[in-house]
Design a binder for this molecule. Structure first.
Ligand code: BES
Ligand code: ZN
Length: 871
């Protein structure tokens, strides 16, 4: 046999053109039987056909190849399924004739419970537990449902037929063309699809209700959900119809299929999946309940729908050639989902919220263990790990950077021509750059290669000297190292006003810029802000004078929310990298006391959590003052917002209220805790009380958990009761996410145990890992004790990485670093390798940060002053 084993890609001597697939799932026995006829083009002489298959049992007698132009049928002399490479090797003894032929295979498989391939999900109907059959094929699991060329560049058409129980709904990518009922079974056949990649094939079989609408050009759109919940699909339906219309204009190509179905699946590994014409979602990402969903839930639904629908063009119509270019799919869909959401809900100011993506991208990419956007993939098992903040968030951020450099109109025009050129085909990163370069006349490829082919990003230091600004770039690392990577950096800056924006490309290590004409005075109001609007993927380090001017500008409200966000976030990152003393960061944070912008405050909150944790390790004796200072910062906004919504208030205020109150509860703010307890009691008596609407529920739950102890556990038990009662996934998640915010170690142990119990779907367990700082050690011990179970349940998917990072990264000492390394020394599996290295790097960064805070002089005095400052 030729050597097909251990290869990263399938050989290309046979190419599939059309799949005719029949499947018969058995929902009670959790298995399926199938047969497939694949039109294959033999393009180079071969005796072998090699395609993907995994966890299938192939009936060797059913395998045959029939060339189109002869009556001869070729039977393989050997049929071998190589499990470790997930390939099926058919050896035909003699060379197959060039040209088209039909490959027929009969097979059987299992409806697994691992949320990938063809799997089962469970639900209740009229009090009875039931199975549904669902698919999740991205990145490389179609091979678990049928033998196929399971790589994105092997596009083919699909003609699918399902044999299912007559009373069930059976959906696939395309509309039904015929349904033949035959007693308890029916045969449902679907229209043949346009050419598409295997990872986008989908089918779902179960009991569902739906709501339906049409786009202005007649595309039928439906949202399917569990029986009795159809009204919860209305919001997503509206968003989908508008989004389809919008993308049709933006991409200048109509939606390519005759229908779009979107469906909520109770057990689902990712957030949602863009299967062509049949998009699958977690319930939390699709369903919106007027009464019990929060504003944040609504926003999540809108952005996820906008993201998945973007893929119908960017991903499904034009598909990445190989997983190295995954970021094209995910980075782009993430970016464009903001564009769509902004156009439908301008009052959400979603582009300011985009900075959360930017920050998360910068955060991961500040690690030495990061990876370039374009990453080499040598084995299917490596693909899962690149669905990370680099592909999504850095990807989206560099697209935003480029769009802002080229201009919105030129960007859209070039993009439309890219889509047109590569429709029904595949593309690589360089194809996108070529289209944008052609449309703009700018050196896009050269510019963007510096961002996608090397990992990391620069910190641009800026000094004001002799009427000149001196810019210098170095590679930023959260560890404090400065690397020697170089980028072509689109620099923008404003001096004293937003009317005078300057821009240039920093192409070398350093450059000076004369600012005499407009920054001559040394007046404090003459602030200078780089990276205007935070469109660039880099950090900025200002000299002391410039930093002081910016602080003054923040206090006096001269700056936009995006710029306020950027200054804070860069300072936080520099502080962690030990390039800025904690005192300076805290002083800067004090300038945000009257902050009211949702995104800025929400980042300020998460920074207080992180600083609070590190300070508790470094200087526990200062914690009272630090917490007092944090409470001071939030008091202003908390008083403005209160606990009760005002009539017709903004979406952003509704979200902010919840976050501010949650923060105060976490900080142990007395009045917040007692008010929360009063409202929680009212809620226990009446689930519809106006005292505790969905937007403030999490805050109340967290407050309740702050006071729970092993001997005073009523609040905990009440929360478990609500958890058990509700059938709304968002409510369950709200509770799961609040339970670990408890200082009592015994309770945390119970919470963690609960997370792995049958009462928590395995897709949701990681929400319970957000443990309090007191819970860090308990979580680690629990993790070690339950490693085998965790590995068994999550080991074959990407969710296991969440466990590793949640449990490991909070540590902040070199001893723990060593202990964790030792534990994993003989336990690491390929799918967590990268995450583990990243988490260990974070522990190392934290440990060094602790050391430097311990060495910081005058910190105590500074905090004392900040905590007791009178405003
Ligand atoms: N294509 C992904 C789903 C996916 C993720 C498949 C990981 C296989 C592995 C989908 O388009 C997606 O990106 N979903 C996101 C939600 C989105 C709004 C960022 C998700 O699942 O979190
Ligand atoms: Zn996506």
């Amino acid at each position: 046999m030729e050597n097909f084993k251990g290869q990263p890609r399938l050989p290309k001597f046979a190419v599939p053109k059309r799949y005719d697939l029949q499947l018969k799932p058995d929902l009670s026995a959790c298995k399926f039987a199938g047969s497939i006829s694949i039109d294959v083009d033999i393009v180079a002489e071969t005796r072998f056909i090699v395609l993907n298959a995994a966890e299938l049992s192939i009936n060797p007698g059913s395998v045959s190849f029939s060339p189109r132009n002869s009556s001869k049928v070729f039977d393989p002399k050997k049929v071998e399924l190589v499990e470790e490479d997930e390939i099926l090797v058919l050896d035909f003894a003699e060379a197959l004739p060039l040209g088209l032929g039909v490959l027929a295979i009969g097979f059987e498989g299992i409806l697994n419970d691992r949320m990938k391939g063809f799997y089962r999900s469970t639900y209740e109907h009229n009090g009875e537990k039931k199975n549904m059959a669902v698919t999740q094929f991205e990145p490389a699991d179609a091979r678990r449902s049928f033998p196929c060329w399971d790589e994105p560049s092997f596009k083919a058409t699909f003609k699918i037929t399902l044999d299912v129980p007559s009373e069930l709904v059976a959906l696939s990518n395309m509309p039904v063309i015929e349904e033949k009922v035959n007693g308890p079974l029916k045969t449902v056949s679907y229209q043949e699809s346009p050419i598409m990649s295997t990872y986008l094939v989908a089918y779902v079989v179960g009991l569902f209700d739906y709501v339906e609408d049409h786009t202005s050009d007649g595309i039928k759109v439906r949202v399917y959900c569990q029986v009795g919940k159809a009204n919860q699909g209305e919001f997503a339906l509206k968003v989908a119809v508008r989004t389809l219309e919008l993308y049709k204009d933006y991409f200048a190509v109509p939606y390519p299929l005759p229908k779009l179905d979107m469906i909520a699946i109770p057990d689902f590994a990712a957030g949602a999946m863009e299967n062509y014409g049949l998009v699958t979602y977690r319930e939390t990402a699709l369903l919106y309940d007027e009464q019990h969903s929060a504003a944040a839930n609504k926003q999540r639904v809108a952005t996820v729908v906008a993201h998945e629908l973007a893929h119908q063009w960017f991903g499904n119509l034009v598909t990445m050639e190989w997983w190295t270019h995954l970021w094209l799919n995910e980075g782009f869909a993430t970016w464009v989902s903001y564009l769509a959401t902004d156009s439908i809900f301008p009052e959400w100011r979603i582009w300011t919220q985009f900075l959360d993506e930017l920050t998360d991208g910068l955060r991961l990419d500040g690690l030495a263990e990061s990876h370039p956007i374009e990453v080499e993939i040598n084995h299917a098992a490596e693909i899962d790990e690149i669905f990370d903040a680099i592909s999504y968030r850095k990807g989206a951020s560099v697209i935003r950077m480029l769009q802002s450099y080229l201009g919105a109109e030129c960007f859209q025009r070039s993009l439309a021509s890219y889509i047109k050129k590569h429709a029904y085909s595949n593309a690589k990163t360089e194809d996108l750059w070529a289209a944008l370069e052609e449309g703009s006349g700018e050196p896009v490829t050269k510019l963007m290669n510096t961002w996608t082919k090397q990992k990391g990003y620069p910190v641009v230091s800026v000094k004001f000297k002799d009427q000149k600004l001196e810019f210098e770039q170095s590679q930023f690392f959260s560890s404090g190292w400065l690397g020697d990577g170089q980028w072509i950096v689109p620099i923008t800056f404003c001096c004293g006003s937003y009317d005078k924006k300057k821009s240039f490309l920093l192409q070398t290590k350093s450059e000076n810029y004369d600012v005499k004409e407009f920054a001559s005075d040394t007046n404090k109001s003459a602030w200078i802000k780089l990276n205007v609007d935070q469109t660039g993927f880099y950090r900025v380090k200002y000299d002391e004078e410039l930093a002081a001017r910016l602080r003054y500008a923040i206090e006096n409200k001269y700056l936009t929310p995006t710029d306020r966000f950027g200054i804070l976030d860069d300072s936080f990152a520099l502080c962690m990298a030990r390039q800025l003393p904690l005192t300076s960061l805290l002083t800067l944070m004090g300038a945000y006391r009257e902050e009211l912008d949702y995104t800025v405050l929400s980042n300020l909150i998460s920074i207080t959590y992180k600083v609070g944790r590190i300070a508790a390790d470094a200087r526990p004796e200062l914690m009272d003052n630090i917490n007092q200072f944090f409470i001071n910062i939030f008091q202003y906004s908390a008083e403005k917002l209160g606990w009760d919504a005002t009539q017709g208030e903004s979406h952003l205020d509704s979200m902010l209220r919840g976050e501010i109150l949650t923060a105060l509860a976490m900080l142990g703010h007395k009045e917040t805790l007692s008010e929360a307890s009063r409202r929680f009691d009212a809620f226990l008596k009446d689930r519809n009380t106006p005292l505790l609407p969905p937007d403030t529920r999490k805050a109340a739950y967290v407050a309740v958990m702050q006071t729970v102890t092993s001997s005073n556990r009523a609040g905990f038990d009440s929360l478990l009761k609500i958890y058990r009662e509700t059938d709304l996934s968002q409510e369950k998640i709200r509770i799961l996410g609040s339970l670990p915010s408890c200082p009592d170690q015994g309770i945390i142990r119970e919470v963690l145990k609960f997370s792995l119990s049958p009462e928590v779907r395995s897709q949701d367990a990681m929400y319970a890992l957000a443990v309090s700082k007191e819970g860090r050690e308990v979580a680690w011990t629990w993790f070690k004790e339950n490693w085998d179970l965790i590995l068994k349940t999550y080991g074959s998917g990407f969710l296991i990485t969440r466990f590793v990072s949640a449990v490991v990264s909070p540590f902040a000492s070199f001893e723990k670093l060593k202990e964790v390394e030792e534990f994993f020394a003989n336990r690491s599996i390929p799918s967590i390798a990268r995450t583990l290295k990243q988490s260990l790097e974070r522990v190392n960064i934290n440990a060094n940060w602790v050391k430097s805070i311990q060495a910081e002089e005058n910190l105590g005095e500074a905090i004392q002053e900040l905590a007791y400052r009178k405003y």
